[in-house]
Ligand binder design. Structure first.
Ligand code: FAD
Ligand code: AMP
Length: 473
């Protein structure tokens, strides 16, 4: 094996592995350095997303949703089930199998594309030289004509709640509980906190989320956030806003001290998950001689094309600015590969969809009303509730709505905000419309199958022009 490559990628998460596969497709010799080791001791590709992020969390969300449906939601369908039992060990084993199958799939893709996987820690020691340090301590240098940094991110820790990895855990630990904690605390009611809280709440935990901000899901459309908050409350999720955690004490349980507008408070839980955000992995990435520019929060500084300040060195995914989302990193990885090959790679940062996989799901793309107001852009909205669609009624999942926002003069679609069943899938229609610079009228004139949830998108588009059929405008 030669130590010289056209491209070396550091990090095999979605950003790095997509960059590598696209580089290989374009005929470049490619190696990927990755140090991730799964809990069974096996090195694994796929990064946070496949091993301890998107995929395992969705596997547990699906199991818990099935359990909750059987135990709480099927009576109205005339289905009652007795003696329903939950086997947490089997739930975790199934999740592990899903993860293993997918990470094994990336390994196969690397083989098929003749990508070398260099297992160990990668460090940029010169702009085009990467030093690999293996688990046994041995090291070796490799050169790349281009280098792509895709080292991702890790959970933020806070001094008030240091992890003991037993009772106080981060999201990694929350995917590994061996039994349902009777009382669960979650610090941070953001995307990950809400998903983890939902999993264990559906399985029977009494869940309290402590959120620092006064506003629930601050970046989300207000109407969507309010609807979601009401639904979550109905499900028993106790979301406390404006709470600053000041300390924790571990005995048989975890005692959490926090302050809210009424002064100091205490909460006792059996497990505590710290979900207060993620920070970029840039600490051990470069030797001192390499002058890679970082921003004040430790993210690698890049331009629109993900070029760093060093020649032929790119950075993609969670380690650079922008939303910490797997698909954002994947598109950046592909863009960079195409640019390295002399092609015109591009990422449209205006059309990155966001999803929170709670029940109901929350998904959005583009601008909110608040952002448009602030920017002085005139707009019209069209809102349509799922309760007025036949499909949602048949499914007995009527909470939520679709809100579309279009420019008041051009009718161009500027944003879509959905809370409701299958929002994660429905948002794709708005993303495509926006990518094609389409209008609300375009969507309104597009035929949608009946009865489907997508009719709510269609009706919301009609509602922008005040001509929805199945509601009074
Ligand atoms: P990562 O996936 O973090 O991969 C980076 C890789 O680089 C890792 O394998 C790491 O070990 C390795 N590495 C780091 N430094 C070095 C080094 N110096 N040498 C060698 N290897 C190194 N996003 C979504 O879009 N949808 C979701 O539903 C979703 N759910 C999530 C749920 C949870 C619980 C979490 C934690 C995250 C979730 N995310 C989700 C976020 C998503 O996982 C990240 O945005 C995504 O993984 C970022 O991809 P990446 O390739 O930039 O980095
Ligand atoms: P996200 O950015 O979606 O991962 O969400 C992280 C959430 O944690 C955000 O809503 C933050 O406001 C919240 N948060 C950050 N720090 C704290 C803290 N110390 N206590 C409570 N919530 C926090």
């Amino acid at each position: 094996m030669s130590n010289a490559y056209d491209v070396i990628v550091i990090g095999a998460g979605p950003a790095g592995y997509c960059a590598a596969i696209r580089c290989a497709q374009l005929g470049m010799s490619t190696a990927v350095v990755d140090e991730f080791v799964y809990k069974d001791g096996e090195p694994a590709l796929g990064g946070t997303c496949l091993n301890v992020g998107c995929i395992p969390s969705k596997a547990l969300l699906d199991t818990s949703e099935n359990y909750h449906r059987v135990t709480h939601q099927l009576a109205s369908h005339g289905i009652t089930a007795q003696g329903v039992e939950l086997d947490v060990k089997q739930m975790i084993a199934r999740k592990d199998k899903v993860v293993k199958d997918l990470t094994g799939g990336i390994r196969q893709l690397f083989k098929a594309n003749k990508i070398d996987w260099l297992q160990g820690h990668g460090k940029l020691v010169e702009p085009k030289t990467v030093e690999l340090t293996r688990a046994d301590g041995s090291s070796e240098r490799y050169t790349g004509q281009s280098v792509v940094l895709a080292t991702g991110s890790r959970s933020v820790e806070i001094g008030a709640a240091p992890l003991d990895h037993q009772k106080i855990v981060n999201s990694d630990g929350a995917l590994e509980f061996t039994e349902v904690p009777p009382r669960l605390g979650v610090i941070g009611a953001g995307v990950i906190g809400l998903e983890m809280g939902s999993v264990w709440s559906r399985l029977g935990s009494e869940v309290v989320l402590l959120e620092a901000q006064d506003e629930f899901l601050a970046p989300v459309d207000r109407q969507v956030a309010r609807t979601a908050q009401k639904e979550f409350k109905g499900q028993g999720l106790d979301i406390r806003l404006g709470c600053r955690v000041t300390g924790t004490q571990i005995n048989d349980a975890v005692r959490v001290s926090y302050e809210d507008k009424n002064g100091p408070q205490e909460l006792e839980v059996d497990k505590l998950i710290v979900c207060v955000g993620r920070r970029p992995n840039t600490d051990e990435l470069c030797s001192k001689e390499v002058d890679l520019l970082l921003d004040e929060r430790g993210f690698i500084n890049v331009d629109e094309g993900c070029k760093t300040n060093l020649p032929d060195v790119y950075a993609v995914g969670d380690v650079v600015r922008g939303p910490m989302l797997a698909h954002k990193g994947q598109e950046e990885g592909i863009m960079v590969a195409e640019r390295i090959a002399g092609k015109a790679g591009h990422v449209n940062y205006e059309t990155i969809p966001w999803v929170i996989y709670t029940d109901p799901e929350i998904a959005w793309v583009g601008r909110t009303e608040a952002q448009l107001k602030k920017a002085g852009i005139p707009y019209n909205t069209g809102v349509f509730g799922f309760a007025a669609t036949g499909r949602a009624r048949a499914m007995d999942q009527t909470a939520g709505m679709v809100k579309l926002i279009a420019h008041a003069e051009t009718d161009r679609l500027l944003g879509a905000h959905i809370v409701g069943p299958q929002a994660s899938e429905l948002i794709a229609e708005a993303v495509v419309t926006m990518e094609f610079a389409g209008s609300a009228e375009d969507l309104a004139r597009t035929i949608h199958a009946h009865p489907t949830l997508s009719e709510a998108v269609h009706e919301a588009a009609l509602a922008v022009g005040k001509r929805a059929i199945h509601k009074a405008n």
